[in-house]
Design a protein around this ligand. Structure first.
Ligand SMILES: C[S@@+](CC[C@H](N)C(=O)[O-])C[C@H]1O[C@@H](n2cnc3c(N)ncnc32)[C@H](O)[C@@H]1O
Length: 194
């Protein structure tokens, strides 16, 4: 599957400011593998931007339902959420919110949470701690081996994995093309549930 042409409508007429996945066949295969490995039927997403990752999850597997959230830094975000809602109907839900205002109950009951919102070290830790408190079995964190300015998200995520009160283990890294460069997501699994 290759969704590059299918997703052109998401960026048409807008300036691309922050990165997003490029849903070519390699990316689609990675997303499909993640859904197959986790058997996730419900995905909660922090960081929707243009909607490429949500669109890809919804397209590579027809059983999946996605609830995306975004703080709304960009005007295209809410517009595109409406377009994806029109296309995927009740398989898609969008909430405009700051993930740091969410409480564990807000993200409880999902099979997997995809974290791709606030990329500051503090923001990433807050999002990962929120997910851990919710008890979610699978966590997918973007930008794992990628240097962004002086921020190296891998160090932040690895530090979380070293904590005794963060009961997740690394399962696999997935490399895929994004608008910025080759990017990497890391899939974590809660070991208390294993
Ligand atoms: C890298 S983009 C997400 C890309 C998207 N997942 C994709 O690949 O198609 C990051 C997004 O996170 C949002 N964001 C930043 N801080 C946030 C926060 N505290 N809560 C929710 N969303 C946030 C930004 O508005 C931006 O749209």
């Amino acid at each position: 599957m290759n969704l590059i042409d299918d997703t052109k409508f998401l960026t048409e007429g807008w300036d691309t400011i922050e990165g997003h996945v490029l849903p070519d066949n390699k990316t689609c295969l990675a997303f499909a593998s993640i859904l197959s490995m986790t058997q996730a039927n419900t995905v909660f997403e922090i960081g929707f931007n243009f909607g490429h990752s949500a669109y890809t999850f919804l397209s590579v597997n027809r059983r999946v339902r996605v609830h995306s959230t975004d703080i709304g830094h960009y005007p295209h975000t809410e517009v595109n959420a409406g377009k994806i809602k029109d296309q995927f109907k009740d398989r898609f839900q969008f909430t405009l919110c700051d993930s740091h205002q969410l409480v564990p109950d807000d993200v409880t009951g999902y099979d997997m949470i995809f974290i791709d919102g606030d990329h500051t070290p503090k923001g990433m830790v807050q999002d990962m701690d929120l997910c851990a408190e919710s008890g979610v079995e699978w966590m997918l964190v973007d930008d794992y081996v990628r240097c962004m300015g002086d921020l190296y998200p891998k160090a932040v995520i690895d530090n979380q994995l070293d904590r005794d009160d963060f009961p997740y283990r690394k399962v696999r890294e997935f490399y895929y093309p994004s608008t910025d460069r080759l990017n990497c997501m890391v899939l974590l699994r809660r070991y208390e549930n294993v």
